[in-house]
Design a protein around this ligand. Structure first.
Ligand code: 6PG
Length: 259
């Protein structure tokens, strides 16, 4: 497992633009090496802003969008097309603007989809889909995602794994239903930390002073039960991508001048 690296940006806009550039380069490198790439998307303002920046840059066309598999780290259990679904927001931000084949966009099913309104059934189906997508070299129940994008909540959640929740104690399943979420909507589908940790690289991205305490605790050695984001670690790389406000309580980190 990798040791977290921290990169601080002067403001959220620079974080989103620079992370979009970093992501494009990472995907291009993965495709150059293996002819394909896999990416786990996240909901939330920061994750969506990064996708919007990917869409906006000409460099996006360096990625072969027909040779990428897209997954989600979590999904709000809302009907297809609901504006609050992470899938809806990702499609509007980027996916509707690049030629990813529909069969390579692996959305978590909605309650009005083929697996019905039982979130446990939807979670199990997504776990099966991930298992089917694995190759022998993945050596596990989910693919080794090239990059797993994640946000961070004020109290330290990531994906939809919340502090001291049943999901954070999950050691076997790769995808679970989450109920009674402190962050609406109350019902979600989420990768578990063991699934997230199967990624080659995990990028946690967050901004704003309200996240500073959680970021400081996560990077200061907090345990994953109380601070699930602390357990989001990549096999080869773990990046914390922060603006100055979110990094304000992280000691000794290089911080650029305010742009
Ligand atoms: O469905 C969601 O809401 C996300 O998956 C969630 O994990 C989000 O990334 C964090 O809550 C941070 O959200 P912000 O970036 O908007 O602060």
């Amino acid at each position: 497992m990798s040791t977290p690296q921290t990169v601080v940006y002067a403001n959220p806009e620079l974080l989103a633009a620079a992370t979009a550039a970093r992501l494009i380069t990472r995907l291009v490198d993965a495709q150059a090496a293996r002819g394909r790439a896999s990416l786990v998307l996240t909901g939330g303002r920061t994750g969506t802003a990064v996708l919007e920046q990917v869409r906006a840059t000409p460099a996006r066309d360096a990625v072969d969008w027909t040779a990428i598999d897209l997954y989600w780290g979590d999904e709000r259990f809302l009907p297809a097309g609901d504006p609050e679904r992470n899938e809806t927001q990702a499609r509007q931000a980027l996916l509707d603007h690049v030629p990813v084949p529909p069969e390579r966009v692996h959305a978590m099913a909605p309650p009005n989809g083929e697996f019905g309104d039982d979130p446990d059934a939807v979670a199990a189906a997504y776990a099966d889909e991930l298992a089917r997508a694995t190759r022998p070299e993945d050596h596990g129940p989910v693919p080794v995602f090239d990059v797993c994008l994640l946000g961070v909540g004020e109290e330290g959640h990531t994906a939809s794994v919340f502090p001291s929740s049943p999901a954070v104690y999950e050691t076997d399943r790769t995808v679970v239903a989450v109920r009674n979420c402190p962050k609406p909507p109350p019902t979600r589908i989420s990768l578990t930390l063991p699934a997230i940790r199967h990624s080659a690289e995990v990028w946690l991205m967050t901004t704003g002073g309200s996240k500073a305490a959680a970021v400081s605790m996560a990077l200061g050695g907090a345990g994953e039960i109380q601070l699930p984001a602390a357990g989001a670690i990549g096999q080869r790389r773990t990046l914390w991508l922060l603006d100055k406000q979110a990094a304000a309580k992280v000691p000794g980190v290089f911080s650029p001048p305010l742009a």
